[in-house]
Design a protein around this ligand. Sequence first.
Ligand code: FMN
Length: 214
Amino acid sequence: MDVIDAIRNRHSVRAFLPEPVDRETLNAVFETAARSPSWANSQPWEVFAATGGALERIREGYRSRYDSKSPTAPETPPPKVWTEAAKKRQQQLYPDMLRDCGESVEQFGTLNQSLFGAPAVVYICMDKTLSEWSLYDIGAYSQSLMLAALGKGLGAIQAITLTMFPDIVRRELSIPENLKITIGIAIGYPDKGNKINSFVSARSPLEETVHIFE
Ligand SMILES: Cc1cc2nc3c(=O)[nH]c(=O)nc-3n(C[C@H](O)[C@H](O)[C@H](O)COP(=O)(O)O)c2cc1C
C-alpha cells in the first residue's frame, strides 16, 4: 500500500472480530512502529500488549467496574479546556456518526466499554519523569503503529477509554511503577459487518488549519 493511501485510508475501527492476531504479526507491527522519530532517538515508548487470557481478565475487570459505576482514573487525564474551534469540530463528530451509522452509533459507549471487542490491546507507556516532548514522540509512534497494523490487514483505534481503570491494566501486565500509561490502542481484524467501521470522520478545510506565506 502506497504511503499516501495508507494515511488516507486509516480510520478508527470500533468493532473487531474475535479472531486473534498472531504473535509474529504483532511483532512485525511493533518492529515497524519502532522506526518512528523521537527526540535525539530517545525512543521513550514502552509497550505492553494484552492478548488472550490477560486481555479477557482486563475486559472482565472493566465490565465489573462499569457495572458498579466505579470512578474512572486515566493516568493521562482528559483535557478540561478546549478552544472554540476544537469544540465545534468535536460537536460535529457524533451527529455525523449518527447520520452515517444509524443504530450502530448507539453501541458507541458499549463498544468503548468492552474494549471494542478487540483481540489485542496495546498500552503505550513512558517514564513518569519525561516531559511533554516525549508525549509528542508517543503520538508519532501511535500513528506509525496504526499504519503498520493497516499494512497487515488489521484495524486499530487509539482510545482513552482503554485506559480508564489503570490499576487493572497495571496488575495484569505487570507495568512498573515508574511508567505512566499514556494511551491504549486496540488492534484486530475489523468487523466489516458493523456499520460504525465504515464511518469516515470529516476534516476541516485546509484554509482553517494551514497558513502558507510567500
Ligand atoms: C488521544 C486520542 C484518544 C481517543 N479516544 C477515543 C475514545 O476513547 N473512544 C473513541 O471511540 N475514539 C477515541 N479516539 C478516536 C478519535 O475519536 C478519532 O481519531 C477521531 O474522531 C478521528 O477519526 P478517525 O480516527 O476515524 O480518522 C481517540 C483519538 C485520540 C487521538
